[in-house]
Structures are given as C-alpha cells and as structure tokens.
Write a protein that binds this ligand. Sequence first.
Ligand SMILES: Cc1ncc(COP(=O)(O)O)c(C=O)c1O
Length: 253
Amino acid sequence: GVSALGGVFVNTLPNQPDGSIALGDLEKAIRGADIHQPISRLIILENTHNRCGGTVLNAGYTRRVGELARQNGLRLHLDGARVFNAAAALQVPVNQLTEPADSVTFCLSKGLCAPVGSVLCGSKEFIKKARRVRKMLGGGMRQAGVLAAAGIVALEQMTERLVEDHQRARCLAEGLFQIPALQPTFGMPETNMVFVSLKDEVAKNASQIAEELFQRGIRVGITGPKTFRLVLHYWIGDEDVEKTITAFRDVLS
Ligand SMILES: Cc1ncc(COP(=O)(O)O)c(C=O)c1O
C-alpha cells in the first residue's frame, strides 16, 4: 500500500526482543548520496510493539531515535496505535513518548475501547496536507462527529484504566503458562497482550484449538501455526480471564 500509493520505498529493520530497533542498525540503514539508492526521509517506530509481545519503548530510547533522525535530516513518525498502553505501563504522561516524533498516530479503538477510529497528530501544516491526501484516498467522512464523540470518551475516561488490563494480562499469562501443553511465546506481558504457544508435542495446531475454544465462547487470535494472541480490554473482566484459563485447560487436557 505505502509503495503503491505513496511512491515510497520501505526498509524494514529487525527488532530487538524489546521492540526497539538498535540505534546502530538505524544509523547503518540511513542512505548516503549514492544515486543508486533511495533517499532516506523518515524513521518509523511502533510503541507498544505488537509482534514483539506488546512491548514498551521508553521515553529515553524514543528521544535518542528523535535526535538521530534530526542529526541526519530525517523525520520521525511514531506508530502509537497502542501508545497509551505504553504510557500506562511506564507510568509516564503520554507526551513523554510522543514529543520526539514529528508525527504520531494512535488508535481510539483497541485498548481505549472506542468502536472505531484512529488519530493522526502533527504540525498544522502537516495535518493540512494529510487532509488533502485523505480526501484523495477516499477516506474523508462528513458525519464523523458521532464517532468523534466515542473518541472523546476514549481519551477522557479510558486511558487511566489501562493498567487494569495490564494486570489482567499478567494474571491470564500466569494461568496459561502453568498449563503443561503451553509455553510463553515471549515472556510475561508488559501491557495488555498475552502471546502463548503450543508446545511441539501438542498434535493439534492453533486454528484447531481456537475453534474448540470458540465453541466454549472464547475467541482468541492466531499469530502462527502454534501461537495465539489474547488481548485484554475494557470488556474483559476477572471472570473472563478465569473462564479463558479453564477453557484452555479443558481443551488441552
Ligand atoms: C501497530 C498498528 N499500527 C497501525 C494500525 C492502524 O490503525 P487504523 O487502521 O485504525 O489506522 C494498527 C491497527 O490495527 C496497528 O495495530
């Protein structure tokens, strides 16, 4: 999508297990004046990092990447789909994590619980351009106020309670990691996502187990042939966590 619509070449770099990209790797990836290579313009970070387990990038790291970007004439974009979870986990105001970036996106849905919606933040000039691009892409919406109302509730009432989801994620992980057929995919969750894998000796794959869990009223995400992603949010309470652990135990017994 980004190449077709933006005319942009993306260079994805490997993550460290904590979701960060090593500063040395970033530095090496910045292209010089060689006309055979694309021109480097932007660094993008993701916080929290979904596929590393919902891991958190701290303010110091984000600041250092921001400095690296500026020293090399680049901009920094933060894909902060779950940045409020990162702020809650670090117990810092969210702006400590967003300030080093020139632009930020975050989701009002996901942990913040709005039924729909994401927000793009940046300078006035940048947003003016983004509105034009959004219109070109067919993303404009006239009656967005109804959705924005839910977004305001998300921002005003949902950010403080994210720590509850993180606590429940840890309880869920502790319960699941005790089941002999399961093992942690990454480790204990840092935020609201639990990644858990079937051990090699389990004959069934993740989709088969997910189907059996679905019959018991539990819907889990599948991230690989043997791995699951379970996400905690406003609508998942302590009883649901217990029910999920029990269902996994029954299905895998
Ligand atoms: C890490 C990350 N970035 C960006 C997005 C995109 O959000 P939206 O489709 O609302 O723009 C998502 C949504 O799933 C996401 O998980």
